[in-house]
Design a protein around this ligand. Structure first.
Ligand code: GLY
Length: 367
């Protein structure tokens, strides 16, 4: 079942999000966007390229004069300027010019890195996003955020680069490893928590279908998340306001990701960060105690962590404060008023944040 969502800005259509169950409709769509006789760089990683790059190359070859694949080593630790430099070198060696196209084929890291390369190469060339992980399909491929980690900071160097198309083939989730799949569920649950209580209930009611990767359920879930994301980025494309709500769980989450040297997945850290944020919301008397425990425990059936051992609370606090979401030294923290309603808070004290971190820090009895 094909679905099409158009992302508008200033009431003008900017790009489509297509939700499909294969790649068949991709060439025709690209033709309709005017891509013919161009060079195409498929930027991917060493996990995704062996599965899908050949198939995509064959489909797109009739549209282009040259097509090549650049696959960089998979993983968040490669989301850096060295990788960007290698990709840009490849673009130069293939004589790509301003009319040529980058196709980002992979998960969140690939989308961010490839999008960033497209944003700076020759002052900007087009990019199409083909997200292959749940996290990228429901969140990171939409809205134009691109970038890399730099020095000690996550996503410190980047650009807003709107894609020309987001093409989602939900069948790619069949080849996704289980841990990655459930990590994406943290971002799915996040939409329910920040803006849509009935969607949150729906996710819980579909728990078994989600486990079984039931095709119709996945399509409906991905579509709903894309619509949530579309609404937010249309209202606030450059994150001057409400778009920051999408960062629920990300401030403490990023700090854990960093302190654990990326051994935990982004979505897993976001789940932990949301638990801490929900705890702080309870302590601020925004959520009731029951609401806090319900939100926390609802990550468990989706195989997401709600506590973590072996962290240094003070280090997490320090990393949290050095996150780029800090604004003039004050952290822009996302808290919950209730399921379906989030808000931005800039008044949290170190002690309140530290208590949130302690809440998710699992300590064995006797330690
Ligand atoms: N992933 C958060 C955003 O796009 O703003």
């Amino acid at each position: 079942m094909s679905k099409l969502i158009t992302v508008n800005m200033n009431r003008k259509p900017i790009y489509d999000i297509m939700i499909e169950s294969d790649f068949a409709a991709l060439p025709e769509k690209m033709k309709s966007l005017g891509y013919e006789k161009i060079k195409i760089a498929i930027v991917s990683d060493t996990l995704v390229a062996p599965i899908y790059a050949e198939q995509i190359s064959e489909l797109l070859r009739p549209l282009c004069s040259d097509i090549f694949v650049h696959a960089f080593p998979a993983g968040e630790s490669h989301k850096n300027m060295d990788t960007v430099q290698e990709i840009l070198k490849d673009f130069v060696e293939h004589h790509m010019n301003r009319h040529d196209l980058v196709v980002a084929l992979g998960g969140g890291v690939v989308g961010d890195v490839a999008g960033f390369c497209a944003s700076v190469y020759m002052r900007g060339i087009d990019v199409i996003q083909i997200p292959t992980t749940l996290l990228a399909q429901v969140d990171s491929s939409i809205g134009g955020k691109t970038g890399v980690d730099f020095l000690a900071y996550k996503n410190m160097v980047g650009a807003f680069k709107m894609p020309k198309l987001v093409y989602i083939n939900t069948k790619t989730l069949d080849t996704l490893d289980e841990r990655q799949y459930y990590a994406g569920m943290a971002e799915v649950l996040k939409y329910g928590l920040i803006m849509d209580a009935s969607f949150y209930e729906w996710i819980i009611s579909k728990m078994y279908e989600i486990h079984d990767k039931d095709a119709a359920t996945i399509e409906e879930m991905v579509e709903h998340c894309c619509i949530c994301k579309q609404r937010i980025v249309e209202r606030d494309p450059l994150e001057n306001g409400d778009r920051a709500l999408l960062n629920l769980g990300h401030t403490i989450g990023h700090a854990i990701e960093k302190s654990k040297d990326f051994t935990l997945l982004h979505g897993e850290c976001v789940a932990l960060g949301i638990v801490a944020a929900a705890y702080i919301s309870w302590k601020r008397e925004k959520l009731s105690k029951d609401e806090y425990y319900e939100i926390r425990d609802m990550f468990v059936p989706f195989n997401l962590p709600i506590s973590i051992d072996d962290i240094d609370d003070e280090e997490i606090l320090r990393l949290t404060k050095s996150d780029k979401k800090a604004d003039g030294g004050q952290i822009r923290f996302i808290l919950l008023k209730k399921v379906g309603k989030a808000f931005i808070d800039k008044t949290l004290t170190d002690e309140e944040i530290l208590n949130g971190i302690k809440e998710i820090h699992f300590v064995e009895d006797g330690e």
